[in-house]
Design a protein around this ligand. Structure first.
Ligand code: FMN
Length: 191
């Protein structure tokens, strides 16, 4: 079975991301073609990148890196639930991605962006970052706006049509996750 992480890309107290991730998880778990797990950056408490060796070397020294690496390596695909901060992703999410290398490679990813204008510019940045890490990014994405998809700009209540957008994204993601899983089993090098 394909395993998909729903990654919460914000660690901010009072964050909207947690409600968005729960909405994604609730709808996604109705599917029978994959299993979904919320991965919360807060649970890994990563400092700013503090590994002496570049992550591409795969020589991790710190227990926090190893715990994060083990979790990320266990998935075939990722749904990044990302806020938009100053037209990009959060520093916490970028740092968490930068910590690892091979664990991301030859996997698939889809995006649920949110923010004042739907998080679309953050998702564009994230697509570039993940491209460098050999992640196959699907084109359909969800864009939630604070005005239309949240109550009082702070409680995630996505408009009805957004469920269809999420389904469209997952319908692309799961087959690609399966294709990349087959690729990995053929032992294609990641760099
Ligand atoms: C530091 C910061 C910068 C922001 N910059 C943008 C922005 O450039 N574009 C946008 O649409 N929303 C922006 N916002 C609004 C956030 O996307 C929105 O508040 C979102 O809920 C933040 O995610 P979080 O609550 O999960 O942390 C910004 C919010 C913060 C805190």
């Amino acid at each position: 079975m394909i395993k998909v992480a729903v990654v919460i890309g914000s660690t901010r107290p009072g964050r909207n991301g947690e409600g968005v991730a729960r909405w994604v998880h609730d709808l996604a778990t109705r599917r029978d073609d994959a299993v979904f797990e919320i991965v919360d950056l807060r649970d890994y408490d990563l400092p700013h990148l503090d590994e002496p060796m570049p992550p591409a070397m795969g020589q991790y020294e710190h227990p926090h890196t190893m715990a994060w690496a083990e979790k990320i390596a266990s998935f075939d695909a990722y749904v990044f639930v990302t806020p938009e901060y100053n037209r990009s992703i959060s520093g916490a999410l970028k740092n968490a991605i930068d910590f690892l290398h091979a664990e991301w490679a030859n996997k698939a990813a889809g995006f649920v962006g949110y923010g004042s204008v739907g998080g679309t510019r953050a998702v564009e940045h994230l697509r570039l970052v993940l491209g460098e890490l050999q992640v196959a990014v699907v084109s359909s994405q969800v864009a939630l706006t604070l005005a239309a998809d949240f109550e009082h700009f702070s409680v995630a209540r996505p408009a009805a049509h957004q469920a269809g957008r999420l389904t469209a994204m997952l319908d692309q993601l799961i087959p690609w996750a399966g294709a990349m899983k087959a690729l990995r089993s053929d032992a294609v090098p990641s760099s």
